[in-house]
Design a protein around this ligand. Sequence first.
Ligand code: HAM
Length: 429
Amino acid sequence: MSKSLQAIRGMNDILPDQTPVWRYVEGKVSRLLDNYGYKQIRMPIVEFTELFKRSIGEVTDIVEKEMYTFEDRNGDSLTLRPEGTAACVRAVLEHGITGGGQVQKLWYIGPMFRHERPQKGRYRQFHQIGVEVFNLDGPDIDAELIVLTWRLWGELGIRDAVKLELNSLGTSEARARYRAALVQYLSSRLSELDEDSQRRLKSNPLRVLDTKNADTQAVLVDAPKLVDYLDEESRVHFEGLKARLDAAGIPYVINPKLVRGLDYYSKTVFEWVTDKLGAQGTVCAGGRYDGLVEQMGGKPTTGVGFAMGIERLILLVETLEQIPQELARQVDVYLCAFGEAAELAALALSERVRDQLPNLRLQINAGAGSFKSQFKKADKSGALYALILGDDELAQQVVGVKPLRGQGEQQTIAWDALAEHLATCVVQG
Ligand code: HAM
């Protein structure tokens, strides 16, 4: 195929054999968020570039080198969203729905775009489910966000494979004091730092803590610790969060080097990580961003949230073999009809059955065909039963109900009794 007719590298089709697991995971998450009282919001995929620069931060990997930015026909600089928080903050501000201290507990789902080097678990178009809460400033809501993800991991069967890492970045004043101390220390050992860290030291020194370079990591062992610079308010908040997680029985580790790659965080930050997916082990990440709304022109409004990568979640569910068996079967009943008159009756009958059993997954044969070919299609569909409607059945107003997965003998059922019969023998997915 010519190159122009292929999908863009790092942007994947999700083919029909994969969509059941996507819908399963998305269904679990959306039901859970409904149950905790979160409401869905849908933002556009494209925003003004300025939005991301101002919120995520000019000197971050995302803004410096990963955004899909282009000029539209008006000459405006637009960007495919690399994440959801910025757009969500823009939306609540624009519509005034957090004004006057109104609490908003929101969630969103959709594609995000980052020009990263594609590999397993890392794509250029990927999908997030994100949650953002506005105007609740206590550790109770931070804890709720973590508790609900913990419940989700339980429901998806991946709890044993994920670990919660926690840190507090403090208020922006505390972080400024810490930044100064860190810069002073790292500057005194500048020649021992890798090139990237030397550059970050000038532009975004906290990100040096994130380095993968072993020599720089060795230098960091004696570096000042953020926790020693925490202000009282952030310390009390962090203690409050830890107490709630302890009370809820959720295990965590404090990772003093967890700083996150986006600039808007303050106080709590957290990541759920796994060692089952190789290098791309963070399945869900987030934190508090109490200064962001104000920074973007709104009244002081606290915020906290997280986002999970759906591809990574699915990879983990698959790796741990936690996909429910029922997902493999998409059809309950396959209706075969032989001859024009039977086809007409089959269509009417199938609609009657659908009226009575709205959840039944009934596939009606299309394209006619011999007995043999229709049975082959019925079997391939994965259905539990084939319904058979030929001239004889038509004359007697019955159908043959033939088990396809070894559950007993074929039966003959009157049209009027068909829905009731299927209700008893098909466990509806
Ligand atoms: P993030 O850490 O940049 O945070 O992304 C959140 C999650 O999205 C990651 O933990 C990962 O699971 C997934 N993810 C990120 N990049 C990729 C990629 N290239 N391919 C596949 N999955 C990826 C945020 O986006 C923040 N907006 C989260 C947040 C919400 N903080 C507060 N509220």
